[in-house]
Design a protein. Structure first.
Length: 495
């Protein structure tokens, strides 16, 4: 089996020109050649800003770029026909396709309703700060452009537990909707902000059985239309785990396939919350390793003062490797975005080596790290910035090393604050496999590391071309491997 590797095939500032689906179709054979086995695609349904929507401001989950709604037929990424064509082309090339599923909220309702609510304290959503009163809220979704095709379900205020805007008074606040399915909020894992069920827009109320039924029907429809292989589940910390337990069971039973799922529970440096969520979902989904990303960011900013022996401390890949999807960046952590926490450029190849060349974790590479990106936007201070994200240095060679060499027994030398390494012995299934990896966040370094007696007498060179010379493995299966200052070297069999 080839090592699995995901590509997040978009970023927040991808151009709004309807080209992404076509680009995937064109790029799929090259991505397979590079070593990718799966692609995570952005939300494919119509958002509140139509052809400009990134997709997380969901309007109509049945409109995959087919209907004239929100000022556009296509989405930011293309039409429904192009989407399905790209999926099938990518699958034929050898890629699995993971769809971005955004079921926490809906925005851009078609009609307003008079809704009875209570104001809540935004810092403690369990604290109500008003008696019940009426507001005018945009909570009715009739989808006039779709005219009932695929589903005649009408969403109204009974489908939501909260909103953040009163059309009548123009007041922005967090309002808890009083409906027949219970006061307050759905049960979630974390007690952040008292209860962090409410995130944005019209918050979907999963206590309503009609909502749960509709989302199961939609899941069936979506899979039958597209033939997807799995899901990236958005904002799971804001959704009751009971919903996704039921929904994923339904989807896997209905398809007869063990559809892959990874949840976005972004809690940097808070491994216990990730583990608590895994317990609540009983291992039904993987999670992105926000804790490891947090370590990468700290290491990139700390330079030689960061202790590399701690790089995996409190990470999901150390605690539950079988459920850890490891990342160096994503659309939320990229500069100028909501969870901005970019890993600095010099550390980018080191971080990628740490996720791509070790035996544990399921790595996910971010679009700009392969393709680079330039964009402009306003920062949190209101000033406009121009951002250039270069591709990760040697990313294609690192991916090739994962595809060809990073197999077999792993031996670790995570034993020096500025220089760590490991070896992979290789295996019979992958001829020529085996590698020795060395990282430094300080001065030039070296280690004598064992790679296995089966390599005795063989010559190794730096696959990345960063460090000159050759290493010959001795009779004990050991070699003295080197790395440049602030760099990474991947030693593989020469030739």
């Amino acid at each position: 089996m080839q090592n699995g590797t995901i590509l997040q095939f978009f970023h927040w500032y991808y151009p709004s020109d309807g080209s992404l689906w076509k680009k995937l179709k064109e790029e799929a054979p090259r991505l397979v050649e590079l070593g990718f086995t799966a692609v995570w695609l952005p939300p494919a349904y119509k958002g509140t800003s139509g052809g400009y929507s990134i997709g997380y401001d969901v309007y109509d989950i049945y409109d995959l770029g087919e209907f004239d709604q929100k000022g556009s037929v296509r989405t930011k990424y293309g039409t429904k026909e192009e989407y399905i064509d790209a999926i099938h082309s990518a699958q034929q090339a050898g890629l699995e396709i993971y769809a971005d599923i955004v079921l926490n909220h809906k925005g851009g309702a078609d009609e307003a309703e008079i809704v009875k609510v209570r104001r809540v304290n935004p810092d403690n959503r369990n604290e109500f700060i008003s008696e019940p009163f009426d507001i005018e809220a945009y909570t009715k979704f009739t989808f006039p452009g779709r005219k009932g095709k695929y589903s005649q379900f009408i969403w109204d205020y009974k489908c939501f537990s909260g909103v953040d805007y009163d059309q009548k008074t123009k007041e922005t606040a967090i309002f808890s909707i009083l409906n027949e399915y219970g006061e307050g909020w759905d049960e979630v894992v974390d007690d952040e902000k008292g209860n962090y069920d409410y995130l944005m827009y019209d918050d979907i109320d999963f206590r309503n059985p009609a909502v749960r039924d509709e989302l199961r029907r939609w899941g069936e429809w979506y899979w039958k239309e597209t033939g997807l292989n799995g899901f990236r589940l958005d904002a799971v910390k804001h959704i009751t785990p009971a919903f996704y337990n039921d929904w994923l069971d339904h989807m896997r039973n209905m398809t007869g396939k063990n559809l892959f799922a990874v949840g976005e529970y972004w809690a940097p440096g808070k491994l216990p919350l990730l583990l608590k969520y895994i317990d609540a979902t009983q291992g039904r989904m993987s999670l992105f390793d926000a804790s490891l990303h947090h370590n990468f960011e700290a290491a990139s900013k700390g330079g030689k003062d960061f202790d590399l022996t701690t790089i995996f401390n409190d990470s999901l890949v150390a605690a539950r490797p079988e459920l850890a999807v490891t990342v160096v960046g994503n659309h939320d952590t990229q500069p100028l975005q909501s969870l901005e926490a970019p890993v600095e450029q010099w550390f980018d190849p080191l971080a990628h080596a740490l996720i791509l060349l070790r035996e544990k974790g399921y790595p996910c590479v971010f679009y700009p790290d392969l393709y680079s990106s330039t964009y402009k936007d306003k920062g949190h201070d209101g000033q406009e910035y121009e951002i250039f994200l270069p591709a990760c240095e040697n990313i294609e060679k690192l991916l090739q090393a994962r595809k060809l060499f990073a197999y077999g027994q792993q031996r670790d030398w995570l034993d020096h604050p500025n220089c760590i390494g490991w070896t992979r012995e290789g295996d019979d299934e992958h001829p020529g496999s085996g590698c020795a990896v060395l990282l430094s966040n300080g001065e030039e370094g070296f280690k004598t590391m064992e790679i296995g007696k089966g390599h005795a007498g063989k010559t190794f060179t730096d696959h990345l071309g960063k460090y000159p010379g050759e290493v010959t493995i001795n009779e004990e299966g050991q070699g003295e491997f080197h790395v440049g200052a602030g760099s990474v070297s991947v030693w593989t069999m020469a030739g």
